[in-house]
Design a protein. Structure first.
Length: 445
């Protein structure tokens, strides 16, 4: 087989391997013949099909395991490629995108599109690499204990980056300590320092920097802390919410001006700088590359200008308490020039027993950010409205709506020239629809 490995028969091409999974809406086995007709050399599946086939036992689980073994074999053959894994409660995708852009200036770089960070997306990304690949940048997510450790057996990283330990998925893990335990599996999987292993850790997050004790790899720290190996000084935001700072790296320094929106991007950029330095890039080269890097994955601090000068920030891909706080700080910064800030907030999923209080806290933050109007979407997000009303000095308006379409309608009725709108919520809220409706100017169907 000389073509790509695909799980969508429509992407099959000559020499490809089609992986047939049952799925929730369709069974890939039913499309095996069309994949072969498009040129697929074989089908990897769990039941017989009328095509050249690799048959795995155990249903989809067996197919996914076989896919992982295939990726592990390929990774083992790519001796000239460095594998970099990135994990954290938030910021993984943006940091992965930044890192891929910076490293691409040094050699052929493979990275997943969007958030292909699980036991299917991970091997599919690895299987895009070939003998010319210099870097493989992987986003490593965890749904539970042992998941990251498993992903690291598929594509063993030499460098591991841990961004932060927050409250995302605390409902599944039970505590921040349990989340830290899971995230730290990445640094535990790294080679020893003598074998080139490097753990890149956030010096400003106590749970992350504590992972230094869990790895035999060499530790490189980054952050705002004066003791960090790679650090930012003189951080400031412009009127568009983009950060600038002085990068201190390897005894050198250089000014950085990011194209990405949000103060939280500084830490993401520092993590990238620390990795880039491991491949020989100096402060000036890193600063230049970071300044050229732009947003890649959708719905993550996407900034658009609407008619009448309204600025729309679509950060609707996902949400947790830390990322919501970062989004609201960004809203406050962008509107500091006197423009009216408005926030559209949806549910933060998988918070377990902390659900109500974390949503009330988000509401308080929105009020303190000065939101002129706070549109709260869905019953599960109702505590956000309660929290906003707890701030006595706030004079803004709370609007509760059932869905994204009604949120867009509520905004249209309230928008004024020059307003700034932040849209933020977990995937289940589907708030990207708010941005789509506002940008299209169409009424909800």
């Amino acid at each position: 087989m000389s073509g790509p490995v695909v799980i969508d028969s429509r992407l099959a091409e000559p020499g490809s391997l089609f992986v047939a999974l049952s799925g929730e809406r369709a069974d890939g086995h039913d499309f095996a013949e069309s994949a072969v007709a498009a040129g697929a050399a074989a089908v990897l599946g769990s039941r017989p099909v009328a095509a050249p086939q690799l048959l795995a036992e155990g249903g989809d689980e067996g197919v996914v395991a076989a896919l992982g073994r295939l990726a592990r074999a390929v990774a083992g053959e790519l001796t000239d490629a460095d594998i970099v894994g990135v994990t954290g409660s938030s910021g993984k995708t943006t940091t992965k995108d930044l890192l891929a852009q910076v490293l691409s200036g040094l050699g052929s770089t493979i990275a997943p599109a969007g958030s292909l960070n699980n036991e299917i997306g991970h091997p599919l990304t690895v299987l895009r690499a070939d003998e010319s690949t210099r870097f493989i940048v992987l986003e490593v997510a965890a749904r539970g204990r042992g998941h990251i450790a498993h992903l690291c057996t598929i594509a063993p990283p030499r460098i591991g980056v841990v961004l932060n330990v927050g409250s995302a998925h605390v409902g599944e893990f039970g505590s921040r300590a349990a989340i830290a335990q899971a995230k730290g599996e990445l640094v535990e999987a790294l080679p020893a320092a003598a074998d080139g292993g490097v753990a890149v850790l956030n010096a400003d997050d106590d749970a992350v920097i504590a992972m230094a004790a869990r790895t035999s790899a060499r530790v490189v720290s980054y952050g705002l802390a004066p003791e960090a190996d790679v650090r930012a000084e003189d951080v400031r935001l412009d009127a568009a919410g983009r950060a600038a700072f002085t990068l201190r790296l390897g005894g050198g320094s250089a000014p950085v001006r990011l194209a990405l929106v949000g103060a939280h991007q500084v830490h993401n950029a520092l993590a990238v700088a620390a990795v880039a330095a491991e491949f020989g890039m100096g402060a000036e080269a890193v600063a230049e590359a970071l300044g050229k890097a732009g947003p890649v994955s959708r719905w993550r601090m996407e900034v658009s200008e609407l008619p009448d000068g309204v600025t729309l920030v679509n950060d609707a891909y996902n949400a947790n308490p830390e990322s919501v706080a970062a989004a609201l700080r960004t809203l406050e910064a962008i509107s500091a020039d006197g423009r009216r800030p408005l926030a559209v907030l949806g549910v933060m999923a998988e918070l377990g027993a902390a659900h109500d209080e974390e949503h009330r806290a988000a509401g308080r933050l929105a009020a303190r950010a000065g939101a002129a109007a706070l549109v709260v979407v869905g019953d599960d997000a109702a505590p956000i409205a309660e929290g906003a009303r707890e701030v006595p000095e706030w004079r803004g308006e709370v609007v509760r709506v059932p869905d994204a379409a009604q949120a867009a309608a509520a905004l249209r009725a309230r928008l004024r020239a020059g307003d700034v709108v932040m849209v933020k919520g977990s995937r289940v809220a589907g708030l990207e629809k708010v941005a789509e409706l506002l940008m299209s100017g169409e009424d909800a169907k």
